[in-house]
Write a protein of this length. Structure first.
Length: 202
């Protein structure tokens, strides 16, 4: 579960360059200790509708995301996640190191006042909007989540799958039923990192 932290950012204590170390301190983590291990795919838009009608999969979560970047080097982002099923928004602050399939990720849930303060610090005020559907497979031994994002109202469709280890990630084979929707794997293609997409778009 993502930890919730109250920073109480203000003009006197806000320092963008210190956010990665501040997150490590608040999350009680050493550098590199928390990692995101993920494979990413460019997919056809029909996948969401078809998985909803497939008996092998179930929709575990549906979220509408607004995502912006305080910095792309280092990568520091803020997100507002709206959960329609409970009519509630949650806010997040995230740092990610450079990397491809595996990289350091520090993320916490933040309070709305900190989110508003950080949003006012954006140098680019435009955001990425994502309609995110997270599917799980009933008979999946590893219990993986297939996170499918409709980015900016159909601009591109991306599927992300997170793993517990690099060994698991490298050994992973796309289920046959999903394979027909794959256009290409983009795990190692920097053009499909959301920070670079956002930077190009805005």
């Amino acid at each position: 579960m993502t930890k919730m932290i109250k920073f109480n950012f203000n003009e006197g204590n806000y320092d963008l360059e210190k956010i990665p170390n501040l997150l490590r301190e608040k999350l009680e983590l050493k550098e590199g200790e928390s990692r995101e291990i993920e494979r990413k795919y460019l997919i056809k838009k029909e996948i969401t509708k078809d998985l909803l009608n497939n008996d092998d999969f179930y929709l575990s979560e549906y979220i509408i995301v607004e995502q912006s970047y305080l910095s792309i080097d280092p990568e520091i982002r803020i997100m507002k996640k709206f959960y329609p099923n409970i009519d509630k928004a949650k806010y997040y602050l995230t740092y990610k190191s450079d990397g491809k399939m595996s990289r350091e990720e520090l993320e916490c849930q933040i309070f709305d006042n900190d989110y508003v303060f950080l949003k006012n610090k954006l140098t680019k005020t435009s955001s990425i909007y994502k309609e995110v559907a997270i599917f799980s497979k009933y008979d999946e031994v590893m219990g993986l989540d297939y996170e499918i994002s409709n980015v900016n109202f159909g601009d591109i469709y991306i599927m992300e799958i997170e793993f517990a280890s690099e060994i698991e990630a490298k050994a992973f084979k796309i289920p046959e039923i999903i394979n027909e929707y794959i256009i290409k794997e983009v795990t190692y293609d920097d053009d499909f990192k959301m920070k670079n997409y956002w930077n190009r778009k805005y």
